[in-house]
Ligand binder design. Sequence first.
Ligand code: ZN
Length: 405
Amino acid sequence: MKTGFCIKTIKYQLRCSHAEWFVSTEGYYRDVLNFYYHLLLHRKELWNLNTFQMQRELECLTIEGRDGRKPVYPLPFSKVPLYFRRSAINKAIGCLKSHLGLSRSADKTEEYDSLLPETIDASLTYFKGMYREFTDTGITLKVWDGSSWHWMECRLKGIPFPANAMVLSPSVVPGSKICWLHVPVKQETTDARNAKERMKSGDNICSVQFTNTDIFAMCCVMDGNGKQLAVRTCRGGDAYRHQCRRLLDKIEFSRQYTDKDNVEQPNKKYYIHLKNLSEYYAHKVSREIVDFGVENKVKVIVLPLYHADFSRMVQYRTGNFTPLHLSSRIRTYLKYKAWEAGMIVLEHSADHTSSRCAICGGTVKKQGSQYLCENGHQGSRFLNSARNLGRKCQEDFRKKRGCSD
Ligand SMILES: [Zn+2]
């Protein structure tokens, strides 16, 4: 079977004796990074080279050669270690390329300048040579104290490295209280077939309906012939709504005391709670859906897609901090979690999925969270929509994309 890979970032708390050195190291890094970035902005003839060629050209322009060749733009900093510089050059190139890519796809013209940022505020990515003794409990990092380099031992707090994962270059992200080490890990996925191949071989699919009730997501697993194999309701919507409302009440209540304070955002801690709460539930629900899919040998997850106008109207009516509002975050998390577990996420038009009966195709009436079909069928209307969505997706693949043979 075809295999692929996915990269995810694991965050570790960094404990060390001189956290302030990370701030000076990052400052120094940004100086070098922006020096190279500005050089790149002036040298448009380099823009179409690949990353490796660009890196070589930038080094030739700024570093003295072994043969004594003088650089045209000598690097105006002393004591820049090789892999510190390489990391900065790489990031400068990466930023430029990603901005060029964005502006190109936006309107296909050659007008880049207006969209390019003037400076880049990036965190330091540690290339090999800048760190050693790296495990999931500790790392020794090369840090700049403002005048010289030191090796500093740090302890790490976080989850163990996943088995069979390749650990890539970590980045240090200094915070106001806690410093973080972001560690990208690369894992192989067991199944890299595309959606068409999966649908064609009749793999199990799981269709999902998001709701604004206690049920965050109604999931329905079907085999390749549309036969229902399992159903799961991911709950917690009411608890989420309730906890959010309590925080929003606190914000509202504190407003009368803090409105005239000369502080940027006096209720910041409540907003941070809200954000954490949303992340927590979005992770929990997306994890539950993925685990349910794995249990039932699902290869494709199908999510409903709505017209932009309809989505806007629904969002407006349901409001922020509601179960349905959280569904956009759940979708985002689902996509990478599913891929890690060998599943693909498809978004398929939800047109007519809630107006017909999944059993007989008759028209249906809504009654709260139930549906009633003209031929007497009834049950959960969310499950009815999920079933219809799954079958519609299967039919669509059979008809339009030649998966019928
Ligand atoms: Zn019916």
